[in-house]
Design a protein around this ligand. Structure first.
Ligand code: PMP
Ligand code: GLN
Length: 394
């Protein structure tokens, strides 16, 4: 510390102390260091459509987006996002006042929480929660109030009574994520109706992270919260090109909401990145207009990968929670005689040459999260087969 500061005060502020390095960075570094198959961090190992990559290259070479794009995002992309919401969900948004392009969903989450929270406000969030939620609530000086999804009939489900009981006079907003990372749960119409009724009854804002909206399998359906009665005006909906088009490195995300909410989120966003991803914005505008076959093929291919990895994990002795959506399958390691997911994941590269993520890092309630481990299946089938083969040795 000497030479940097005269006091013994820690450099990282108190609000963020304890967050350390994200589990995704830790586990991807571990995979590289040990030469393991990386089923930890959720990114596809094949890139999205060639025509969309060409669109990005074209934009870049033609000088579109190489200088600062407009603050709210290029008009072509904002229009494409509004068209997508209308075509898919019947949601009407004015591209000029109700759509905001962000540096991935990550910035959208940060800007929304920093904009909408006052210090001391409570945020009710589904637990396990995506790691940036906790960090951003903390940055905003808010207090997170987790409602734990619990195993019930082969999936993790939301207890609506627990959700209602979590709301207090200090609650400012509900932070929802469906399809849900890491459990793969897709909230049902009944569950979402109850969330909506609660939000209206208690006059709460809702931030809903729907980045996996196109990754739902079998007969599961993604229903945006903003489509429920009373929700259009109180909901900030977040999407991302990363998951929908397999370009997680492009960092193009977006917010759709009522004008006052978009204005509030933009007020923060302009001081975070101001703008980002210029040429990629042109490409994502084209991607959103891809025909329905693109989306159905993505779903079918991801469902097949899920089946492959879920079967491999079951063969290897894990209890498998078959996900209805997302990139991820959550397992229970207790049938393997293990109970500490964190220790299990740290040892797994050595034992089996595979990297996974301990769900405990997404919990406040460490006991509730301890035995669960998440594996990503957004990988080539031969990679998933090899991982399954290795895990059988456990
Ligand atoms: N929300 C959830 C639930 C996610 O899983 C992720 C990332 N994978 C994000 C947000 C961040 O998305 P982006 O990469 O677009 O910032
Ligand atoms: N969302 C991805 C996951 O859950 C990782 C994103 C990140 O590394 N920040 O694995």
């Amino acid at each position: 510390m000497t030479g940097m500061t005269s006091s013994a005060r820690p450099l990282l502020n108190r609000r963020l102390a304890g967050f350390g390095t994200t589990i995704f960075a830790e586990m991807s570094a571990l995979a590289v260091r040990t030469g393991s198959i990386n089923l930890g961090q959720g990114f596809p190992d094949t890139d999205g459509p060639e025509e969309i990559r060409e669109a990005a290259a074209r934009a870049l070479l033609e000088g579109r987006g190489n200088q600062y794009p407009p603050g709210p995002g290029i008009p072509e992309l904002r229009t494409a996002i509004a068209d997508h919401q209308r075509r898919r969900y019947g949601l009407d948004h004015d591209p000029d006042t109700e759509v905001l392009v962000t540096a991935g969903a990550t910035e959208a989450i940060a800007a929304a929480l920093l904009a909408l929270l006052e210090p001391g406000d409570e945020v009710v969030a589904l637990e396990p929660y995506y790691d940036s939620y906790a960090a951003c609530i903390a940055m905003a000086g808010g207090t997170r109030v987790p409602v734990t999804l619990r195993p019930d009939g082969g999936a993790f489900r939301l207890d609506l009574d627990e959700l209602r009981a979590a709301v207090t006079d200090r609650t400012r907003l509900l932070l929802i994520n469906t399809p849900h990372n890491p459990t793969g749960t897709v909230l049902t119409r009944e569950e979402l109706s109850a969330v909506a009724e609660l939000a209206v009854e208690r006059d709460l804002l809702v931030v809903t992270d729907e980045v996996y909206e196109h990754l739902v399998f079998d007969d599961a359906v993604h229903l945006p919260l903003a489509t429920f009665p009373g929700m259009r005006e109180r909901t900030v909906t977040i999407g991302s090109a990363g998951k929908t088009f397999s370009f997680t490195g492009w960092k193009v995300g977006w917010v759709t909401a009522a004008p006052e909410l978009v204005t509030a989120v933009r007020s923060v966003k302009q001081f975070l990145t101001y703008v980002s991803s210029g040429p990629f914005q042109y490409a994502v505008a084209e991607a959103l207009a891809l025909p329905d076959t693109y989306f159905s093929e993505l779903r079918a291919s991801m469902a097949a990968k899920r089946d492959l990895l879920a079967a491999g994990l079951a063969d290897a002795g894990f209890e498998v929670f078959r996900p209805a959506g997302t990139y991820f399958v959550t397992t229970d390691i207790r049938p393997l005689g293990e109970k500490d997911g964190l220790a299990f994941c740290r040892a797994l590269p050595e034992r089996a040459g595979v990297v996974a993520v301990p769900n405990a890092v997404f919990y406040d309630d460490q006991d509730a999260g301890a035995p669960f481990v998440r594996f990503a299946f957004c990988k080539r089938e031969e990679v998933l087969r090899e991982a399954a083969e290795r895990l059988r040795r456990l």
